[in-house]
Design a protein around this ligand. Structure first.
Ligand code: AP5
Ligand code: ZN
Length: 216
């Protein structure tokens, strides 16, 4: 099954993706995670991406499409994948369509996590991420058992540098101007499924699972 997760910053894409890839046994491809890894490793691509990420802006299409093209060519993606945070522009969506068509694949589901914009800031500034395994927490909505320690691996939790109030404004603006038009793009292809992301995490997971299994 080939799945895309769409939604504004902080909608819960990463949180839900972790559950869904476990349930459906498919690889989780997050362009945000790929960029953060490249930044932490100091690769040339990471250095280029960092300039944009630090401002809360989208990384240019040619860099982003290159990463996804390379990742989707791996054997573990042949029987399915979950793309989280890609595509984010019409050019990325068109490139993805062309890429999949070349290899005889297609998108099966586009899940749009809908959350009221007012809730996003609170979610983003309260987010904490594990340095070791990448698990995501929230100081209020999904706290770890022990403050700043990952329940899953004991790793240290940190706050992403783009999770500040100031950068969230730019990220939301980027979403509204460049990414939101994609909802129409996928609605026109009859692929888009809206999920209410303003429910407890487990309820959102259950709704997505039902949709993917064709029960909703
Ligand atoms: P990326 O890492 O993709 O960030 P994002 O889209 O801004 O999404 P987030 O990671 O902020 O949110 P999320 O929806 O995954 O929410 P989460 O599950 O963590 O991208 C970062 C940057 O990389 C971009 O700004 C850009 O520069 C670059 N980039 C990436 N992809 C790109 C692309 N395709 N093109 C160009 N540039 C690209 O949840 C948020 C918080 O809420 C957490 O604390 C969580 O615990 C909590 N939470 C989750 N669900 C719930 C719930 N149901 N109730 C209460 N709290 C909840
Ligand atoms: Zn961890």
């Amino acid at each position: 099954m080939n799945i895309l997760f769409m939604g504004p910053p902080g909608a819960g894409k990463g949180t839900q993706a972790a559950e869904i890839v476990n349930e459906f046994r498919i690889p989780h491809i997050s362009t945000g995670d790929a960029f953060r890894l490249a930044v932490s490793q100091g690769t040339p691509m990471g250095q280029k991406a960092k300039v944009f990420m630090d401002k809360g802006e989208l990384v240019p299409d040619e860099i982003t499409i290159g990463i996804v093209r390379e990742r989707l060519s791996h054997d573990d993606c042949k029987s399915g994948f979950l793309l989280d945070g890609f595509p984010r522009t019409i050019a990325q969506a068109e490139a993805l369509d062309a890429l999949l068509e070349q290899s005889g694949r297609r998108i099966d589901h586009v899940i749009n996590l809908a959350v009221d914009l007012d809730l996003l800031l609170e979610r983003i500034v309260g987010r904490r991420v594990c340095k070791s395994c990448g698990a995501t927490y929230h100081v209020q909505f999904n706290p770890p058992a022990k403050a700043d320690v990952c329940d899953k691996c004991g790793g240290e939790l940190y706050q992403r540098p783009d999770d500040t109030e100031e950068k969230v404004g730019t990220r939301l603006n980027e979403y509204a101007t460049k990414t939101a038009p994609l909802l129409e793009y996928y609605r026109n292809k009859d692929l888009l499924r809206d999920v209410n992301g303003d429910q407890p995490i487990s309820a959102v997971t259950a709704e997505i699972c039902s949709l993917l299994r064709g029960q909703a």
